[in-house]
Structure formats: structure tokens, C-alpha cells
Write a protein that binds this ligand. Structure first.
Ligand code: KE4
Length: 428
């Protein structure tokens, strides 16, 4: 029995499913999750001493690779002054200055402790600002686990086979309307049916929780137009795309302005941080400036801020990080496309920059319904093959692959060799 197997057995008696977040349990890939002892650069090492080339990057935060020396140093420095005060600190001002300085549409920001909290709070601010209750989300998009948004959500909900979570009363989701990603008519139809009632449309500007599904040409500008025509706010959930697609995220990458944006992952540098941000007139609705209540004991925690500030500062001072990860993305996902074409297998690759997914379906994947045609059993076989050969992918068909600046061309070449081998010798 490996140490991971032992630990997982013990964990299952102590934590639901043996994990602290469902997708980590490897539920849909029929394997024992690897318990990680340490990570460095592009690698993770498990408790049995096995090394993996990592394409999860902690689900996005580790854009500079694991255990970055500068970030580690800044965190340890902050720890010397104490871990938490429950009082304002200079670090929070610095973090807010950084985010407001980087994202043109952002005039004010509130730090929270997770992406879920950021989205939940942004929705409340949008409802408070517009005085309306209804929210439009997209099937297959995942915005964290707050009640109102667990409707046809993506990510772990998809693999859990629970299209809507139990424990969520109808009252919490009656104001949540679902549209089809990349289908502007499905959004207009909701506005026609609910005139003057929709507070906001929330979208992952690149969907990455049903696998990666890029926005179709005109989709994001179309959402901007529909929201403007109907007096609704456009919320970009940039928990994954923020500071990843470009320094100024999807708003910069696609040139579409959001009224509110949510962040997480990268802004924490590996520590638990989320944020919601936008125009002053909206954000000043939030307590104590306004009467949209939201609070958090560890929001803006000085040690977490130190990690986030260090990571954002490096990203701001080193734009070459983006050209590097985007070039590697082109090589990796472009290489995968070539391999599946040569092998003549019914698979598809979607990618944007350093984000990408290999779908085990023969058809295009431009929305939730099409993503769900993927053969999750075939994905699981591919996942296990790659894991056995030292490459750790996200343990679900409906997640993304992430690259970091610690990944090199050699790592991509090695990965493509394994993918080529798999489809030539083992795929069935
Ligand atoms: P957290 O509450 O997990 O920090 O963020 C929720 C969230 C919000 N918005 C988007 C677009 C997200 O992708 C997420 C969380 N992403 C998943 C990965 N698909 C986190 C991994 C997990 O649940 O363990």
C-alpha cells in the first residue's frame, strides 16, 4: 500500500470524501489521489517520493511555478511581524493600489478570502446597486459554491453528477436564470422575459470549468451591449482568467469592459485570497461606505497580502511571463491538436493562451451541452496513463490545464511525446 493510499484511507474517515475540495478526490478518474509533500517550480513530489510535472498549478494560482523564492521570502518576512491583526494594514493599501493600477475599469476593490466569497459579494453589490434581484449565469460556468450560483454549475459539480446541489432551497435559486454559453439569443430571451428585473449577467470570459470553452467572436461584446441596453451590470468572473490571460486579464485581452470583476487564485500567490472590484459608484455601495453588507475576519490578511503583492509585482515587472506561457500554450495545445489529427481519434482541443483542455468527444465544444458529450471514461484512462508516466493533469474532463513560467519547451516536448505514445499505442 502506498503512503497516499494509506493517507487517503485515513482521510476518508475524517473528511467528506477524504478531501477538503471535491475535485481533489479523483472521483471521476478511478485513482487514489496523490498526497503531495512538496512542490518546486513545475514539479510536485508526493508522499511516496514520486515526482510529477504539474499542469494543475493549484488550479491557477502558481503562475510563477511552485515555491517561488521571492514570494516565499516575502511571506516569511511578513510572518515575522505577526500573522493577523483584524485591523487595517499598509499591505492592503498596496494590494488595492496594485489591482486598481493594473485593471483600467477598476476604481475600487474589496479583498475577501476565496473566489466563492468574491462572486457572492459581487452579486450582492450588483443587486444592491440596481435594486433588482435576478441574475443570469451560463450553464457549465462555475462561480464558487454559494447557493444562488449552484445552478447547472461547472467544475466539480459536473463530475459529481449533481447538476444542482442538494441542500440549496428553491428560494435561493429562483432568481438565478441560466443561459447557454456563446449563445447571445439565449441571453436576450431572458431579458425579454424578465424586463427590468435582471441585476447582472455573470460570465467566465473564458469558460474553464466545463473544460476550456473560449468565447465565440462577438460573444463578450454582445453581452456588454445587452447589459447596457437593459440597465444590467456585466460581471466578469476572472478568478481563473484574471492576471493569467494578460496582466489585465480578460478585460484587457478581449478589450471588453466589465462593471464588476471577481478575482482569486493568482492574486493570492498561493494563499487564500479573493477580491471583487469595479467602478467606485458600485463599490461604494459596500459597507461600511454603503449598505450592502459584507465582512471577513481574515480579509486582507497581511501574510496573504505579502504573497499576493509579491506575485502581482513580479507579473507587472516581467511581462515576458505572459509571452512565455502563451507561447508554451500554443506549442502544447497546438501539438496536441496535431497528434489527435494524426491518430484520427474523436477528440477536440480548446485553448486560450496558457489555458487548455483535451475533450474526448468528436464534436466541437462551444457550450455545456457539447462539453457533456465527452467520454469521461476515456478521459480517465488517459489521465491515469499520464499520471503513471509522471504528468499530473487536472483529475477531471471538465477542468483546465494550467501552465506556469517555470514550465519550459522541454517539459512541453516531454508531455507531447507521452500524449503521442498514448494515442498511438494505448487509446481505444
Ligand atoms: P474558490 O472559492 O474555489 O477560491 O473559487 C471559486 C471559483 C470562482 N470562479 C471561478 C471561475 C472558478 O474557477 C472558481 C474555482 N475554480 C475551481 C477549479 N475549477 C477550484 C478548484 C476546486 O474547487 O477545488
Amino acid at each position: 500500500m502506498t503512503k497516499s493510499e494509506q493517507l487517503f484511507q485515513q482521510a476518508c474517515g475524517l473528511m467528506p470524501g477524504g478531501v477538503n475540495s471535491p475535485v481533489r478526490a479523483f472521483g471521476s478518474v478511478g485513482e487514489t489521489p496523490r498526497f503531495i509533500r512538496k512542490a518546486d517550480g513545475p514539479y510536485m513530489i508526493d508522499v511516496d517520493g514520486r515526482q510529477y510535472l504539474d499542469y494543475i498549478c493549484s488550479w491557477g494560482p502558481m503562475i510563477l511555478g511552485h515555491n517561488h523564492p521571492v514570494i516565499r521570502e516575502k511571506v516569511m518576512e511578513a510572518c515575522m511581524n505577526g500573522l493577523s491583526f483584524g485591523a487595517p494594514t499598509e499591505a492592503e493599501v498596496k494590494m488595492a493600489e496594485l489591482i486598481c493600477g493594473i485593471i483600467p475599469s477598476v476604481e475600487m476593490v474589496r479583498m475577501v478570502n476565496s473566489g466563492t466569497e468574491a462572486v457572492m459579494s459581487a452579486i450582492r453589490a450588483a443587486r444592491g446597486f440596481t435594486g433588482r434581484n435576478k441574475i443570469v449565469k451560463f450553464e457549465g460556468c462555475y462561480h464558487g459554491h454559494s447557493d444562488a450560483l449552484l445552478v447547472k454549475a461547472g467544475s466539480g459539480v459536473m463530475t459529481a453528477g449533481v447538476p444542482d446541489s442538494s441542500g440549496v432551497p428553491a428560494g435561493c435559486t429562483q432568481d438565478t436564470l441560466s443561459a447557454v454559453y456563446n449563445d447571445l439569443d439565449s441571453v436576450s430571451a431572458l431579458f425579454e422575459k424578465n424586463p427590468g428585473e435582471i441585476a447582472a449577467v455573470i460570465v467566465e470570459p473564458v469558460a474553464a470549468n466545463m473544460g476550456v470553452v473560449p468565447p465565440a467572436e462577438g460573444f463578450l461584446p454582445g453581452l456588454r451591449k445587452i447589459c447596457d441596453q437593459n440597465g444590467a451590470l456585466l460581471i466578469f468572473d476572472e478568478v481563473i482568467t484574471g492576471f493569467r490571460l494578460a496582466l489585465d486579464g480578460a478585460q484587457g485581452y478581449y478589450g471588453v469592459r466589465a462593471d464588476l470583476a471577481t478575482y482569486g487564485k493568482i492574486i493570492g500567490g498561493g494563499m487564500p485570497v479573493g477580491a471583487y472590484a469595479g467602478r467606485k459608484e458600485i463599490m461604494e455601495m459596500v459597507a461600511p461606505a454603503g449598505n450592502v453588507y459584507q465582512a471577513g475576519t481574515l480579509s486582507g490578511n497581511p501574510v496573504a497580502m505579502a504573497a499576493g503583492i509579491a506575485q502581482l509585482t513580479i507579473l507587472k515587472e516581467h511581462p515576458e511571463v505572459y509571452s512565455h506561457i502563451n507561447r508554451l500554450g500554443e506549442k502544447l495545445y497546438g501539438g496536441m491538436e496535431k497528434i489527435i489529427e494524426e491518430a484520427g481519434v474523436p477528440c477536440r482541443v480548446n485553448h486560450v493562451g496558457s489555458l487548455g483542455s483535451l475533450f474526448f468527444t468528436g464534436q466541437k465544444v462551444e457550450n455545456y451541452g457539447e462539453a457533456k458529450t465527452s467520454d469521461t471514461e476515456k478521459f480517465a484512462r488517459y489521465f491515469r496513463y499520464m499520471l503513471d508516466h509522471g504528468v499530473h493533469l487536472a483529475p477531471s474532463q471538465f477542468e483546465a490545464m494550467f501552465l506556469s513560467s517555470a514550465h519550459t519547451e522541454d517539459h512541453v516536448e516531454l508531455t507531447l511525446e507521452l500524449v503521442r505514445d498514448y494515442f498511438q499505442k494505448f487509446y481505444e
